[in-house]
Ligand binder design. Structure first.
Ligand code: NAD
Length: 367
């Protein structure tokens, strides 16, 4: 397909510094010096204390302690407790190591205090590349964008993803892929974002396939971790996160936000289930995006290519499987129609209810 030239766009590269590779964390000391941090508080979840302690060791005399309070959806009461610990520690900077939940807490602390933030992502969710912060107070999640929320430095170290279980790697990778897919038909896309998005999808597709194939039900097929596949996934996650940070998302992210926020469904799994249905909904309304997805997946049709990938990877394929109540579907369709947003294909309540109903049953085929 011949691509049409872009009509007009504004493009600004994000201001964060990115290091990518194997054992990149070895240069952490030098990187915090560049940020003028003399003592850093290390942020983790309780589940990743060991990874946090490793970082404290590398920081040595520049370590101001470990804050292991991070949890899903960045609750503001948890942020307040972490803020108290931060102030008592005398830290003048933050190092986060973990997934979107951990990076979310460090972003919340950084925007409240103005302290520099160095992020070391260990999942593929992509939060480290965005100026976006979602926070929960009184059971309600609100999201804001501010360039100051973007971490100052991001260290991608493949070594820190080797512990991510394959099932979580798969759903997290499909979460990342969703950012890149929606960037391809975003209203504010531009040629650079489109190139990044296509490469992100391709790297994630081939990296995740290799990763899933390297494991059997009995465990890994080889004693050596597949660092090549992990590096492909991580590069895809970086590019996809950058796409999320630089472009507006559409129906897929809005549906996942609704389902996650209202029915407390797991974040990455919800993205994994919804993506093929959302792309099928867009279909002919974004032909060049569909062509790019096909090229990246080496598939003949975009939504089917995404569904086949999810099935091959053993990802969840129905909302019922991840805890969505059937009697919530009408309510979900109503919420998805509120606060109208731009989408390549206009929003139609009955078509959205049909999408959700089929996604609930895991029934994928002609819409
Ligand atoms: P997560 O950060 O909640 O991590 C899930 C669990 O996996 C945690 O217990 C974590 O400690 C553990 N874990 C992470 N990396 C690991 C590793 N390498 N080895 C072993 N265990 C590991 O999951 P997530 O999917 O990365 O993040 C989801 C959250 O991030 C959601 O709240 C979502 O809204 C947010 N998010 C925000 C943005 C943004 O731009 N603001 C983007 C994506 C996701």
């Amino acid at each position: 397909m011949i691509e049409q030239p872009s009509q007009s766009f504004t493009f600004q590269f994000p201001a964060s510094r990115v290091l990518f590779g194997q054992r990149t964390t070895d240069v952490l000391q030098t990187e915090i010096e560049k940020l003028n941090i003399s003592k850093a508080l290390v942020i983790v979840t309780p589940q990743q204390r060991d990874a946090g302690n490793q970082i404290c060791e590398i920081l040595a005399q520049n370590n101001a302690g470990l804050c292991d309070l991070a949890q899903m959806h960045t609750p503001t009461d948890v942020t307040q407790k972490a803020l108290d610990q931060l102030q008592a520690s005398g830290a003048d900077g933050l190092v986060s190591i973990g997934g979107g939940s951990t990076i979310g807490l460090a972003k919340a602390l950084s925007i409240r205090t103005g302290l520099p933030h160095l992020a070391i992502p260990t999942t593929y969710a992509g939060s480290e590349m965005t100026p976006i912060l979602g926070e929960t107070a009184d059971g309600k999640k609100t999201t804001r964008r501010d360039p100051k929320i973007l971490p100052d430095t991001v260290i991608y170290d493949v070594a820190h993803t080797l512990t991510l279980p394959v099932s979580m790697s798969v759903t997290s990778g499909l979460n990342a892929m969703a950012h890149a897919v929606e960037a391809l038909y975003a209203k504010d896309r531009n040629p650079i974002i489109s190139l990044m998005a296509e490469r992100a999808i391709s790297q994630l597709c081939f990296g995740l396939r290799a990763l899933a194939q390297s494991f059997t039900d009995q465990g890994p097929q080889s004693a050596e971790p597949d660092t090549f596949a992990r590096a492909q996934c991580m590069e895809g996650a970086w590019l996809a996160g950058a796409c999320l940070g630089m472009s507006s998302m559409a129906i897929h992210h809005k549906l996942c936000h609704t389902l996650g926020g209202t029915f407390d469904l797991p974040h990455a799994e919800t993205h994994a289930v919804i993506l093929p249905y959302a792309v099928q909904y867009i279909g002919d309304a974004a032909p060049s995006a569909m062509a790019a997805i096909c090229r990246a997946l080496d598939a003949e049709e975009a939504s089917h290519g995404l569904r086949t990938l999810a099935e091959d990877l053993g990802a969840p394929t129905s909302l019922a499987q991840i805890g969505m109540p059937e009697d919530g579907l009408e309510h979900a369709a109503d919420i998805a129609m509120q606060n109208p947003y731009w989408n390549p294909r206009p929003l139609d309540r009955s078509a959205i209810l049909d999408l959700l109903t089929r996604a609930h049953q895991g029934r994928f085929g002609a819409a």
